[in-house]
Write a protein that binds this ligand. Structure first.
Ligand SMILES: Cc1cc2nc3c(=O)[nH]c(=O)nc-3n(C[C@H](O)[C@H](O)[C@H](O)COP(=O)(O)OP(=O)(O)OC[C@H]3O[C@@H](n4cnc5c(N)ncnc54)[C@H](O)[C@@H]3O)c2cc1C
Length: 409
């Protein structure tokens, strides 16, 4: 028998779960905003496709967990893998990862090679942080900080080595990032197409006020009234899910949100000539930049490039932090002899709208109980960077529901 599944939140997590589950079940998605996609969709501005959050990048590109689930759901998204994955800007020059070994002294080079080999083979003390692992070599620590800052919005000392080992495994398995043609919104449009084609419903401007779970059913309350479901899936943060429900969602350790600052820049000149990440280990706050319009010209105004810079927020004074970020950007452009660029958009992410509801290593289990599940970036799978982690979490929820179908329906 088809199950009735209510999904709260039409972000990437909710829509991905909805697309996969709507094939064999009746799915209703409740989204409080007038648009779907949450922090993973486009914002049109001055001929550019800016975003509500993400940097138009999928961490493991066309081969990773998200790409696999999109294709399983029937979505048609063209993801162009980055080549190179990333370059590192040091002393106004761009280096490939392998070339970094040549710009440190002999002793540090030996230490770095040892670290890289140990990481690849998993011969690591998993109880220390990535920062502690790298700190013997100052350049390695800077490079590590720029990587974790870009990919996880955390400094290297805030990332457990256990998480880095899993991230490294995924990197060796699937490779580096990719950019979806059409940007984040293409992914969202495809997911919503599949849900609607499968007969699912997406209700926008429909805020969920309360969730009630009992042994046999789940109930979703909006101003319009209450609806009954076999299963409720929350795409809200674990904290908010707990606040509006009668269930204890956070059982052991608390998820710790990560915060960050994103700046979108328009520019005629090409600061970045490739489709990967330009990591910036020497900046104060900016960890890296990318240029998604190098993959899809329609993401930028004609004749211009869209550059997105991501920075970690270190101190609490946001205004001062933004100043430091803008100084970094000014220095990067000046050093590259580019005078003419336009800051299009500055966004800060923290508190209730962070970069991730659970920073890597602090995610909670998506299976709350038989009737209530979590999806999204508060319940990512181990070693899954950003949307790859969301895909891992969704995959766990969908498999669980499919396996327990007889008991749950
Ligand atoms: C600056 C920045 C850069 C990033 N870059 C990347 C990147 O390049 N690649 C990458 O993979 N990831 C990136 N991320 C992370 C990625 O964007 C997020 O992890 C992902 O979009 C989160 O999706 P989600 O479904 O968990 O949550 P959300 O997108 O937040 O979705 C939750 C949805 O629930 C809705 N909602 C909330 N409350 C209610 C309610 N009461 N009733 C109904 N609906 C409700 C919200 O409106 C929202 O639509 C970035 C994030 C940021 C902020």
């Amino acid at each position: 028998m088809d199950m009735q599944i209510g999904i709260i939140g039409g972000g990437l997590g909710g829509l991905l779960a909805g697309a996969l589950l709507s094939r064999d079940n009746n799915v209703v998605i409740y989204e409080k905003m007038p648009y779907i996609g949450g922090r993973f969709t486009n914002i049109q501005y001055k001929g550019y496709q800016l975003t509500t959050g993400a940097l138009h990048m999928i961490p493991h590109g066309a081969d990773g967990y998200l790409a696999q689930l999109l294709s399983k759901a029937g979505c048609k998204v063209d993801i162009v893998n980055s080549n190179p994955d990333g370059l590192f800007r040091i002393n106004n020059r761009n280096y490939k990862y392998g070339e970094l070994f040549n710009i440190v002294g002999f002793k540090d080079k030996i230490k770095c090679l040892k670290m890289a080999t140990n990481l690849k083979l998993g011969r690591i003390d998993k109880d220390i942080s990535f920062g502690e692992f790298l700190e013997d070599v100052p350049l390695a620590l800077k490079v590590g900080n720029s990587f974790t800052g870009w990919a996880l919005s955390l400094d290297a000392y805030s990332v457990p080595m256990a998480e880095i080992v899993e991230i490294a495994k995924n990197y060796y398995r699937f490779g580096g990032p990719g950019i979806p043609v059409g940007g984040c919104k293409k992914v969202i449009d495809e997911l919503s197409r599949i849900i609607l084609e499968n007969g699912g419903k997406i209700l926008t401007e429909c805020k969920v006020e309360k969730i009630e779970i009992d042994e046999d059913k789940g109930y979703i309350y909006t101003v319009e009234g209450c609806s009954e479901f076999d299963i409720v899936i929350s795409n809200l943060s674990p904290k908010l899910t707990e606040e509006i429900s009668n269930v204890k969602v956070i059982k052991e350790k608390k998820p710790v949100p990560s915060r960050g600052i994103k700046v979108s820049i328009g520019c005629r000149d090409k600061l970045i000539k490739h489709n990967g990440v330009l990591f910036t280990p020497e900046c104060e706050r900016v960890c890296g930049l990318n240029c998604p319009s190098n993959v899809d010209r329609s993401l930028a105004r004609e004749g211009y490039n869209l550059i997105m810079a991501h920075a970690i927020q270190v101190k609490d004074n946001v205004k001062k932090e933004i100043d430091v970020v803008l100084e970094d950007i000014d220095r990067l452009f000046r050093d590259a002899n580019i005078e003419d660029y336009e800051i299009l958009h500055i966004q800060t992410f923290r508190d209730d709208i962070p970069v991730n509801h659970a920073s890597s290593g602090t995610d909670i289990d998506p299976i709350v109980d038989n009737r209530l599940y979590l999806v999204g970036d508060g319940a990512k799978g181990k070693g899954g960077i950003e949307v790859e982690g969301i895909a891992l979490g969704v995959s766990k929820v969908v498999s669980w529901i499919e396996e327990k179908r007889d008991i749950l329906s």
